[in-house]
Ligand binder design. Structure first.
Ligand code: DX5
Ligand code: ZN
Length: 216
């Protein structure tokens, strides 16, 4: 299992310290970009991503919760993203073109859906995606409670990936993830876990990362 701590829950006054925790103990740095329109919250933008890039020794995974993701993909790639995901709800039938655009910028491409979007909506794009991000809370805020119905959605996407002969595609889950649900997420077919609060609000982030990494 790969672990991607979300810096949304980090200490922004001492961001370097929290990025260093990810460098040392985790696999991927998850960066949440919120525009106040696609989601009712605003997080951070290019200056923060560029600053993190200067000290990052793990790949940066940019999760775009914005309208018109196609307008900003190239700038996030230039800012240092290695993986970029966007919401199907924001791109709709342009999703294939956005995945192509992300690839043309040299990044791995992911497609994201909120808990109320039927998983079948993204099936037409699974041949192009390097990873699928299934939200296990509604995008927009850290610290929410994990929605258990996500487990069946993971299984459905995993099954479809097998059917089309693409078992290597990662399934990432984001929202309310902690050591207490990491095991069942692994069993359902998740390969990449995002966790914000569970890691950075913990007394010992390294231990929490380790517990999730080894959860079975
Ligand atoms: C929510 C974000 C998440 C968030 C997760 O919109 O996409 O990445 O930081 O936070 P926790 O782990 O606290 O639910
Ligand atoms: Zn996220």
């Amino acid at each position: 299992m790969l672990i991607a701590p979300s810096i949304l829950a980090a200490d922004f006054l001492h961001l370097e310290k929290d990025v260093e925790t990810i460098n040392r103990y985790a696999d991927i740095i998850h960066l949440d970009i919120m525009d106040g329109t696609f989601v009712p919250n605003i997080s951070f933008g290019f200056p923060v991503v560029e600053a993190v890039a200067k000290v990052a020794r793990k790949p940066m995974d940019v999760h775009l919760m914005i309208v018109h993701p196609e307008k900003y993909v190239e700038r996030f790639a230039k800012a240092g993203a290695a993986l970029i995901s966007f919401h199907y709800e924001a791109a709709q039938e342009e999703s294939g073109a956005v995945l192509d655009l992300i690839h043309s910028c040299g990044c791995k491409a992911g497609i994201v859906i909120n808990p109320d979007c039927p998983v079948e909506k993204i099936f037409p794009y699974l041949d192009k995606a390097d990873y699928v991000l299934l939200m296990s809370v509604f995008a927009g805020f850290g610290g929410q409670k994990f929605i258990p119905e996500t487990l069946d959605r993971i299984k459905a996407v995993r099954k479809e990936l097998k059917r089309i002969g693409r078992p290597e595609v990662d399934i990432e889950v984001d929202g309310g993830v902690s050591p207490s649900n990491a095991g069942e997420l692994a069993k359902a077919g998740v390969t990449l876990l995002v966790a914000g609060s569970a890691v950075f609000k913990a007394g010992n982030p390294a231990e929490v990362i380790d517990l999730m990494k080894n959860a079975k």
